[in-house]
Design a protein around this ligand. Structure first.
Ligand code: SF4
Length: 171
């Protein structure tokens, strides 16, 4: 009788049920912990495309001190970065490079489009050589409007991204 209960087929079923129960029990707390780590250690790529980059640089200054919001200053290798802030104008010539940078970043990765130029082409929207928005090249998570947006606006955009990460499901 006992032998039938612990047959290989029953044992496999029991193990798969147990793993289902464990995954369900741990999914929420583990997901929360992993997202918590991602939120408070956003690591941006240093990719300057136009004048918005001055505001991006200013947001790392002691006056704004973005590190207190869990956004690490832009430095190091692309392979450590999980956030790209596209700072202004992107020309058609530069678009493949932007995609190349994005492809080299670590997963999961996030994109902020900073400034009117990155969002719609801005002042140059009808120019033959400027992209009318970077969302045709990389998937954008948060749009930060302005020409240029002030560091406070960029920081608010980063906080919106953190909210989005907090609600995301772990894959
Ligand atoms: S949005 Fe304005 S400040 Fe930013 S890159 Fe375009 S023109 Fe320059």
């Amino acid at each position: 009788m006992m032998k039938d209960l612990v047959s290989p087929q029953n044992f496999n079923v029991m193990v798969s049920k147990l793993s289902d129960v464990l995954v369900r029990a741990l999914d929420a707390p583990l997901g929360y912990a992993i997202n918590w780590g991602r939120i408070w250690s956003l690591w941006p790529v240093h990719l300057e495309t136009a004048c918005c980059s001055v505001e991006f640089g200013a947001s790392s200054s002691p006056r704004y001190d973005v590190e207190r919001f869990g956004i690490i200053e832009a430095f190091g290798s692309l392979r450590q970065c999980d956030l790209i802030v596209v700072q202004g104008t992107v020309t058609r010539k530069m678009a493949p490079r932007l995609r190349m940078v994005y492809d080299q970043m670590a997963e999961p990765k996030y994109v902020i489009a900073m400034g009117a130029c990155a969002i719609t082409g801005g002042l140059f929207f009808d120019s033959y050589n400027v992209l009318p928005g970077i969302d045709s090249v990389v998937p954008v998570d948060v749009y930060v409007p302005g020409c240029p947006p002030r560091p406070e606006t960029l920081i608010q955009g980063c906080m919106l991204l953190q909210e989005k990460i907090k609600r995301s499901k772990i894959k």
